[in-house]
Design a protein around this ligand. Structure first.
Ligand code: PA5
Ligand code: MN
Length: 191
């Protein structure tokens, strides 16, 4: 069956979505380099939403393209900008991101530990190659909104990133963006 759908940017959702996930700050504690600062924010502001996404997921025959819309809110934990957990695809599958609103970047890391990043802002298309872990970071003062699409059989591996982190942290220092080495990053068997 063919179909078309619309992104409603005022309501911030994508029609025909099958899955809506809201990711709260408390669930991201171990991903930030200063988890104790997460506790401070939780005390002051409660369990705020860091990001949410609406996704159209296909199940069944053939390789479809899952797609959706992510809204990543602005903020920082210490110097570190709000970000998504990040993941690898279980299969070597690429992904396309299209920036719709806001300012940010996609941090990418190959299995052998190379780190690259690309800006993500309005009308920019970013290609995440197969085999590269990826995390999105909101480096601006407004929400970052983007569209994504990836093969429906890709699968998500969150464990590698949860256990080892990315090799770089995305920080704001003296009002400027800086990619710093992640002191907790463990470079063992690739990634
Ligand atoms: O597939 C993707 O890369 C995106 O749809 C992300 O899943 C989404 O932005 C949320 O990030 P994460 O899956 O790392 O929590
Ligand atoms: Mn992905």
């Amino acid at each position: 069956m063919t179909f078309s759908t619309k992104i409603d940017i005022s309501k911030l959702l994508i029609e025909n979505y099958t899955n809506h996930r809201v990711v709260k700050l408390s669930s991201l504690k171990e991903y930030f380099s200063e988890p104790e600062k997460v506790d401070e924010i939780l005390k002051e502001r409660g369990d705020i939403t860091v990001y949410e996404y609406y996704e159209k997921i296909f199940e069944g025959e053939g390789v479809n393209l899952n797609f959706g819309l992510t809204i990543l809110y602005p903020g920082k934990v210490g110097k570190e900008y709000f970000m998504t957990r990040g993941h690898f695809h279980e299969k070597k599958a690429a992904e396309i991101y299209v920036g719709l609103e806001g300012q940010g970047l996609i941090l990418m890391q190959s299995e052998d530990g190379r780190v690259e990043w690309q800006p993500l802002d309005q009308n920019r298309v970013v290609y995440v190659p197969p085999g590269w872990g990826h995390r999105t970071v909101n480096t601006g003062k407004e929400r970052l909104v983007f569209f994504f699409a990836y093969p429906s059989d890709a699968g998500h591996d969150y464990e590698i990133v949860r256990a080892k982190g990315f090799a770089k942290l995305v920080l704001e220092e003296s009002g400027r963006l800086r990619l710093a080495d992640n002191p907790k990053y463990v470079r063992a068997r690739g990634f």
